[in-house]
Design a protein around this ligand. Sequence first.
Ligand SMILES: [Mg+2]
Length: 165
Amino acid sequence: MRPLLLLDFDGPLNPHRADGVPPGYERHEITEGAKTWRVLLNPVHGVQLNALADSFDLVWASSWEHGANRLLGPLLGLPELPTILWPDRAPVRRGSWKAPYVADWVGDRPFAWVDDEVGESERARFPQALILPVDARAGLTDQHFAVLREWVRKPFAHKAFPRDS
Ligand SMILES: [Mg+2]
């Protein structure tokens, strides 16, 4: 079973808490209708993620929802990806507000999740997943990619896991 790689955008791919423009990043201004966003993107991330698509099924798990495919993925050279939607965000007692949606979306599939707002709560909730917190000042680093590559080589990364109930 191929594992999923859930991708948050703001934080891991757009280090929006960085001071200035970190090495390797470029500033982009994205406009759609009357809205403009400024994001920082590292073109190497697109190359690294496309390489990981040999082993993972990539999925957007970003508050940009369909905007991730429309506005962001093309800037990184990413193909259109399945997208988790958050139709009405319920408050959670602890951890990421995305977690209940993620639980429903992934079902019993193994997955890795990169996000700047995940941590011990998600590790407790999804013990068989690879939960990778990312510092929103730095974005995804080579070390994160190395951890992902190492994890996906392990047989347990391909095993279905029981649904959280
Ligand atoms: Mg984020």
